[in-house]
Design a binder for this molecule. Structure first.
Ligand SMILES: [Zn+2]
Length: 320
C-alpha cells in the first residue's frame, strides 16, 4: 500500500459539538452502539508474535527469492494443518520495472457448510527496497510489520478456529506482490489479479477485513476513506467491538484519507471490505518504520498484536 489519492477531513454531520473542540474530538464519538461481547477462544500473544518472527526468520519475502518461496510453503502448510481448504492462485506478473514476478495468492477456506462467511486478508510479501530509509535504500526490509504482522494475526485466528468453531465460515486470502509498487497501479498486484477471479464464487463472504501494519507499539487505526465509502457499517462494527474490548486506544473514530491498499480491490470484487492500517492522525503518515530498515522484529509490540487479534476474534465470533 502506498498512495493516498486524496486526503480529506470532514466532520460527521450528524454530530454537533461546540466550536472550541478540535476536529478529532468532534468525530471521536461516532460509535455509540453497545455490543455484548461473546465468549471466544483466548488469544495467545506469544503465538501471534511467533508467527511474525517465523516469517522474518525466512528473510525478506521479496518476489522471486528463496525466502519468498519457503514462506509461502510454510503458510500453506500451516493453514492446511488448521483444517482449512487451501488453494493457490499462481502465475507471473510483469512489474513496472520489467521484472517478471512469480506470485502465489494463498486462498484458504474453513467449514464450507457455513453459508455466511467472513473474509480476512493481508499481504504476505515484503518490499524489496527501503526507499523511505536514509541508508541502504536498495536493500530489502524485514517487513515484520509491513507484511508479517497482518499475516500473524490471521494465522492466530486460524489456529483458534480449531478450538471453538464460530457460527460463520472464515475465508482467508493472503495476497502476494502487494509491496513491489512505485505508483498506485503497481502496488497490490496480487489483489488486483485476485479480484478478477476470486475463487470464492460458490459462497461469497458477506464482508472482509484487511490487516496491514498492525504490529507497531504506537499503532493507531483510523476510518480509512475507501472503507468508509464502501463498508461504513463494518467500520462501525469493528471499531465498536474494539472499544467494548478495551482497545479503543488503537481504534480511533477519526476520518482518514483514501488509501489504495488490498481492501480497495476486494471492494472492486463486490465484497465490502475495510482496511485496518496504521496511520498517524497528527502527521497523516504511516508507521514511523514504514519502508525502512526499522521495520524489524524489535519494533513489533505484543500489546498491539494482542489488541488487534482480540478485536478480530471477537468480531468473527459474535457473527450469527
Ligand atoms: Zn508496504
Amino acid at each position: 500500500m502506498d498512495e493516498i489519492k486524496k486526503v480529506f477531513l470532514f466532520l460527521i454531520t450528524s454530530l454537533v459539538f461546540a466550536c472550541s473542540e478540535t476536529p478529532k474530538e468532534k468525530i471521536e464519538n461516532i460509535v455509540t452502539a453497545k455490543y455484548i461481547l461473546v465468549k471466544t477462544p483466548k488469544v495467545n500473544v506469544d503465538s501471534v508474535f511467533s508467527f511474525v518472527k517465523k516469517q522474518v526468520d525466512f528473510g525478506p519475502r521479496t518476489p522471486n527469492s528463496i525466502a519468498h518461496a519457503k514462506c509461502a510453503d510454510w503458510l500453506v502448510a500451516k493453514l492446511n494443518n488448521y483444517g482449512f481448504l487451501v488453494k493457490e492462485q499462481t502465475g507471473t506478473q510483469l512489474a513496472h520495472d520489467g521484472v517478471n514476478l512469480n506470485y502465489r495468492n494463498i486462498i484458504a477456506r474453513s467449514d464450507l457448510r457455513s453459508a455466511k462467511r467472513v473474509l480476512l486478508t493481508a499481504h504476505w510479501d515484503t518490499r524489496p527496497w527501503a526507499d523511505q530509509d536514509n541508508q541502504n535504500q536498495e536493500e530489502a526490509i524485514d517487513g515484520a510489520n509491513d507484511g508479517g504482522s497482518g499475516v500473524a494475526v490471521i494465522l492466530e485466528v486460524a489456529r483458534l478456529l480449531k478450538e471453538q468453531m464460530p457460527n460463520v465460515g472464515v475465508d482467508i486470502v493472503l495476497f502476494d506482490i502487494e509491496d513491489y509498487g512505485k505508483t498506485t497501479e503497481s502496488f497490490c498486484y496480487g489483489s488486483q489479479i485476485w479480484a478478477k477471479e476470486t475463487l470464492l464464487d460458490s459462497l461469497k463472504p458477506i464482508y472482509g477485513i484487511n490487516l496491514d501494519m498492525v504490529g507497531d507499539a504506537n499503532a493507531v487505526f483510523l476510518y480509512e476513506g475507501y472503507s468508509f465509502e464502501y463498508a461504513r457499517t463494518i467500520l462501525d462494527k469493528v471499531w465498536t467491538v474494539a472499544k467494548q474490548s478495551g482497545h479503543g486506544r488503537f481504534f480511533r473514530s477519526i476520518q482518514d484519507g483514501m488509501i489504495t491498499d488490498d481492501h480497495y480491490y476486494v471492494n472492486q470484487a463486490g465484497i465490502p471490505c475495510i482496511d485496518i492500517i496504521h496511520r498517524d492522525p497528527q502527521t497523516g503518515g504511516f508507521a514511523h518504520s514504514w519502508h525502512t530498515h526499522n521495520d524489524n522484529i524489535q519494533n513489533i509490540s505484543k500489546n498491539t498484536l494482542k489488541a488487534v487479534s482480540e478485536v478480530i476474534i471477537q468480531t468473527v465470533y459474535r457473527e450469527k
